[in-house]
Write a protein that binds this ligand. Structure first.
Ligand SMILES: C[S@@+](CC[C@H](N)C(=O)[O-])C[C@H]1O[C@@H](n2cnc3c(N)ncnc32)[C@H](O)[C@@H]1O
Length: 210
């Protein structure tokens, strides 16, 4: 991602949604939700999913988390005029999520087209690796869920095994999610590109307790 000279200014101007000290909100994210639900999207990229879902479900709190500063700036630019009070943005690393969210505070975690990190030596960086799953289990409520979409068959297989190893319950699985219409679920930037070249979208949903 090329450096965006306007990134600092854009991010600083978005005081309506950028949370600069997420740890200070630990345990109180529900304040942004009308129906009591809090969804976290990890690796939000340029923000399409966050914007569309946040607008489509205004009663639910939608928190985007993105570690790449320039990417976050693009999402924040794109969402000008489209950010409802239920939508918040954290610029940071998912490895710190346990410091920002209290035990059982989240209803749903969305992982959309997470980086595959194909080298075995980088496996720990995958957002579905065992150490991340341990953190997710803590911050998700007992009957919460993780919804994962990817184009990458190797990452999908790896993730199925990783969740299995950690004792999660697989509740939904599809190897061609967009075979049917799913108007309830927004299409991400990556997803749109993969769909355009006919790549099937893999999707799975897990719950922490069997
Ligand atoms: C392949 S992109 C997908 C973007 C978007 N979700 C989509 O579907 O179009 C993955 C994104 O996850 C972000 N990411 C990767 N690891 C992360 C981490 N540990 N914490 C936060 N964001 C992360 C990357 O910076 C990148 O923007």
């Amino acid at each position: 991602m090329r450096k965006k000279p306007w990134a600092n200014e854009m991010i600083a101007s978005r005081t309506d949604c950028v949370i600069t000290d997420p740890a200070a909100l630990k345990g109180s994210w529900k304040q942004f939700s009308v129906n009591g639900e809090v969804h976290l999207e990890i690796g939000a990229g340029k923000g399409d999913y966050w914007i569309k879902m946040g607008n489509m479900y205004p009663e639910t709190a939608w928190i985007a988390l993105e570690k790449n500063y320039d990417c976050a700036a693009i999402a924040l630019k794109k969402s000008l005029e489209q950010t409802d009070p239920n939508m918040k943005f954290i610029i940071g690393d998912a490895a710190l999520a346990g410091e920002w969210f209290a035990e059982g505070e989240l209803d749903v975690i969305h992982l959309n087209f997470s980086d595959p990190w194909p080298k075995k030596s980088h496996a720990k960086r995958r957002l579905t690796s065992v150490s991340f799953l341990k953190d997710y289990r803590t911050i998700l409520k007992k009957d919460g869920k993780i919804i994962f979409k990817t184009d990458n068959s190797s990452l999908f297989e790896y993730s199925l095994l990783s969740f299995e190893e950690e004792g999660w319950k697989l509740t939904e699985v599809s190897v061609d999610f967009r075979r049917n219409e799913h108007p309830e679920d927004a299409i991400t930037e990556y997803e749109r590109n993969f769909m355009a070249v006919g790549q099937p979208i893999y999707r799975a949903v897990w719950q922490p307790e069997r």
